[in-house]
Ligand binder design. Sequence first.
Ligand SMILES: *Cc1c(COP(=O)(O)O)cnc(C)c1O
Length: 386
Amino acid sequence: MNTKELDKTYVAGTYKRFPVEIVSGKGSVVKDPSGKTYIDMGSGIGVTAFGIADDVWQKAVTDQISKVQHMSNLYYTQPCAELASMLCKRTGMSKVFFCNSGAEANECAIKVGRKYASDRYGAGRHTVITLENSFHGRTLTTLAATGQDHYHELFQPLTPGFVSVPANDIDALRTAAEKYNAAAVMIECIQGEGGVVPLNAEYIKEVREFTEQNDIIMIVDEVQTGNGRTGMLYSYMNFGIVPDVISTAKGLGGGLPLGATLISDKCKDVLGFGDHGSTFGGNPVCCAGAISILSRIDEDLLESVREKSAWLFKTFSSAPGIESVSGMGFMIGLTTTKPASEVVAKCMENGVLCLTAKDKVRLLPALNIPMDVLGKAIETIKNACV
Ligand SMILES: *Cc1c(COP(=O)(O)O)cnc(C)c1O
């Protein structure tokens, strides 16, 4: 059997795959078995922040693999400690818990929110308010947090204690938080899976003010928006707020599984010995790779993302067949006249890999995609839209 047949036979049928197999790549260009090349405008859903087989990342990872690939969390390892300190310095947060995925980073964030509330206010204050159309992961708890009913139906009962309210409606959030005695509020500043939908800047500020005034923990899910994706290190930095807890993953590991929950000074002692854990969390290879990623997401790189993004917005906004452009930085949603799936199929035929999100074409290119490669991809995408 070939790869496609083996996969169809033996891999659980949870993914509707495109009819393409990728065998190798470099930077923003990947190759199928026949040697056909594609420009990768999806970056493994915002994961390969510096592209495929990036030299600097690869060296960091292979150097660490040849030293020690894993130790249990009963021992200290340098990459884990260093990455935590870098994350805290860049965000002003005080502590980091490491795990392996976005859903797990959110699980930890939720545990921090609930434990903070119970430490301070006793039992009964445990509800987490999330937003409709959000996406927070696939575990039973993060599904409960995800404000989209179609993810829920088949898996009842989900973890109780989650209520979702319409986005950009501060009164709805206030009312729900009061009615349910909320411990925490969790938002994505730009809803990714929900269709690249940014929240209103004013609303984000109002959520921060309200949660601060009421000692409710504000969690920002930066799994997709984080690590330079929006042209700032974390998307909340675009909105002049500082959350209590930040969850991130996807781009942080540059392609290896790594999630992190960043915990502010206010919550830094909430998790103590035995309160949480993860066998692979803080794995030295993943962390060494992440250090090589994070240290290159500097002001120059972020500025280049913002500049290229401004050009993308401008180009797409005036392109025939594209009705509107949403998002921020290198997290872009296109509302196209043709169905998104048709545009994506056409792009694939012509050597460009794009994503969809709801009914939009979604683009999450590598942060370091060269201008000429980006230009070529944009031409192909524009042509596919008419
Ligand atoms: C992808 C994503 C998750 C889930 O991350 P996994 O690594 O798949 O568990 C959670 N939240 C947001 C906003 C995401 O985009």
